[in-house]
Design a protein. Sequence first.
Length: 154
Amino acid sequence: MKVLFLLHSTMQSGATISFMNMVEGIIPTGVEPVIVHPKNDNEIFQAFLDKHNIKSYVVDLQMSVYPTLSKNVKLYWIRWIKSFVAYWIKEFLATKKLDKIVRIEKPAIIHTNTGVVRTGIKVALNNNTPHILHLREYQDKDFGWSILPNKDAF
């Protein structure tokens, strides 16, 4: 069974370490992992991919959260609007690229390894593929982030 895993980071943090342990545990069961990740500058993560001969793709998946901003400072709002527009452009491009990968790889399941990325859900729905959203934290409660476009839509 092929599973497409989506990562928002390859840094050696708790999410990435847990992810690598999970993948090492499921490979012997016959799961074929394919990993989508951002640009990878992590030698340990690259060694992990090489060791297990795992196919991977680089896609700039966007984090669908933003920090709570001060409502009184105009400069912050100007910056927020610029980054909001940039987010939607990058999200559109990432969705198109991920959709193409799903059509090529035809995974049985798409697994998003974090709650800050929503691209996998959209692409899974578009391709009628089951999706697992691996919540490791609550963005609003744990980090004070707001969810794009809002919590109900996410």
